[in-house]
Design a protein. Structure first.
Length: 510
RNA sequence: GCACCGGUGGCGAAGUGGCUAACGCGCUGGUCUGCAAAACCAGUAUUCGCGGGUUCAAUUCCCGCCCGGUGCUCCA
């Protein structure tokens, strides 16, 4: 029996195992309702363009959902968009526009960036501003139990003293903490310094909602609890986010949700580690802070960025470097070249004379099994891709030795397809997104941030390139190698690389 | 300061109480090519931050130290 679309027998597909922050162990991950895996992932706060650290998290969640789907597991994935928070209110107010006008642009940019990186969209995207009633209802549920309380200024807080398990996710012990130790001048009459805001009273002139709890805006934590429970129920399978969200955000979500429902909120917690950039923490003050668009304007390809951000397992602190980006560009290119070679070459038919074994087909099957096993083992993407690269080297060698036959083709292409169902780098959308980003930069008056060679690379049309290649072919036939090399060099200077092969000339934009 | 995570070749990294320490990139030499490119082959860590300890055996376990990161405060 085959499972999902992997072409592998059920026995070759181990159950996915994933580290669970809550229990501190690697545990099996299967839908608790036997149908679809219900997962919630903290989404972006749309006040600016996303940076590569943001995208590492979204990319790793994408790997998880792609892998589950590949195995045949349905996924019900909810992601929030935080389109109201202090920063948004401040920035929109400074720009003199309504917050919705301010956030719209960044929300759109966020989804464009996901598309550039081939990140699948969640089944459900939930905007905070469209779920105020659900948040109010949840706070009211807490208020009836006296777990939520109102302060003099009209804000509502969560009474942490009423949730003894507080700290169970981040493994913090709050017993010894002295409430009086911290004084927050910004807050009014909280019962305990640790108590966090559920609903914030408005400051004069601020954007506000008029509700049964009074005027104001939601706290950040209640947003995720309310929307997760709205779409996934009180209790669901998995909750994901960056490691920094573990405390206080996720801890607070647990406290609110479990206090209201008296049920386990999320069974499995998935946290993606921060990355380093050039061995340092990424920050604006370090000067190593990059948005996706920064990198595209510098000429790096979305596929290489995806490959780099995905290749280091999510629990490792990946060191993002430009050298690494260049390396992944080459690695992706090698895989594309390989697939192209397998797909387009006229392979010989196997005959009795050239042996009966099917080493290539066997290697491809082994690669598939190794790939799936590595991902099932806590999403070990490094090992998974190693399985594929081993196959590539082996198959290339057999092909060079004349030991690749037409009958091997399907299995090898199938292994590549399996790989790409998760890694999603083989189909070349790079040029399209680089062009898109250049157009955006032009509209935004940021064209000066684009590297000159990026523009040069896109200057020549495919037709112009083809014409030059044809001219070079004629020069070669006339054994005018000087002219032929001149054309090749000119194209190389514009980032167009030519490769001669038995089946004609291949070219690509570097 | 307290808590947690990590330190493996030139770079990014996988992994394990004991087989030749994956894989990608880079570099060197070779095959192929008019020359390149692509592809392949060979070489490229006697060694896994440092110092102790446990063990027949440690990169893998324990202790200490150094370094990096995260949380304790908005942060993917």
């Amino acid at each position: 029996m085959l499972s999902g679309e992997t072409g592998l027998a059920q026995g070759e597909l181990p159950t996915p195992r994933l580290y669970n922050t809550l229990t501190g162990r690697v545990e099996g991950l299967v839908p608790s309702d036997g149908k679809a895996l219900r997962m919630y992932a903290c989404g972006p706060t749309v006040y600016d363009y996303g940076h590569i650290g943001n995208f590492r998290t979204f990319l790793q969640v994408d790997v998880l959902r792609r892998f589950l789907r590949l195995r045949g597991t349905q996924v019900r994935h909810v992601m929030n968009v935080t389109d109201v928070d202090d920063k948004i209110i401040r920035n929109a107010s400074a720009a003199g526009i309504p917050i919705a006008d301010y956030t719209r642009k960044y929300e759109q940019a966020f989804f464009e960036d996901l598309d550039a990186l081939q990140v699948e969209h969640p089944e459900i995207v939930a905007r905070a501003t469209e779920h105020i009633p659900e948040m109010i209802a949840l706070i009211q549920r807490l208020a009836t139990q006296d777990i939520a309380y109102r302060t003099e200024d009209g804000s509502w807080y969560f009474r942490i003293a009423r949730f003894p398990e507080y700290g169970k996710l981040s493994k913090k012990d709050f017993e010894g903490i002295n409430d009086g130790a911290r004084i927050d001048l910004d807050e009014y009459e909280k019962d305990s310094a640790r108590d966090f805001a559920l609903w914030k009273a408005p400051r004069p002139g601020e954007h506000r909602w008029e509700t049964e709890l009074g005027p104001g805006r939601p706290g950040w934590h209640i947003e995720c609890s309310a929307m997760a429970m709205q779409y996934l129920g009180d209790s669901f399978d998995l909750h994901a986010g960056g490691e920094d969200l573990m405390f206080p955000h996720h801890e607070n979500e647990i406290a609110q949700s479990e206090s209201a429902s008296h049920r386990i909120f999320a069974r499995h917690w998935f946290h993606v580690r921060f990355l380093l950039v050039e061995n340092r923490k990424m920050s604006k003050s370090e000067g190593n802070f990059y948005t996706l668009r920064d990198l595209l304007l510098r000429g790096y390809k979305p596929s290489a960025i995806r490959m780099l951000l995905i290749s280091v397992p999510y629990r490792q602190q990946l060191n993002f470097t430009f050298e690494g980006l260049a390396a992944e560009t080459v690695a992706v290119e090698r895989l594309r070249t390989f697939r192209d070679r397998i797909a387009t070459t006229n392979w010989p038919e196997r005959s009795a004379a050239n042996g009966a074994g099917s080493e290539v087909t066997a290697a491809a099957r082994e690669a598939k099994a190794g790939f799936m096993a590595a991902l099932a083992d806590d999403l070990n993407t490094a090992e998974a891709r190693a399985a594929i690269f081993e196959m590539v080297r082996f198959v290339n060698a057999r092909a060079d030795a004349g030991q690749f036959f037409a009958s091997d083709k399907a299995e090898v292409l199938d292994a590549l397809d399996l790989f790409d169902r998760v890694f999603a780098v083989l189909d070349d959308h790079d040029e399209q997104w680089t062009r898109f980003t250049l157009e955006w930069a032009e509209r935004e008056g940021r064209l000066d941030q684009a590297a000159p060679e990026v523009r040069a690379r896109l200057e020549l049309s495919n037709e112009q390139i083809q014409a030059l290649i044809e001219e070079r072919n004629q020069a070669k036939r006339a054994r005018n190698f000087a002219r032929a090399d001149q054309i090749r060099n000119d194209l190389a200077a514009k980032g167009i690389a030519l490769e001669d092969s038995k089946d004609g000339v291949r070219w690509k934009r570097k």
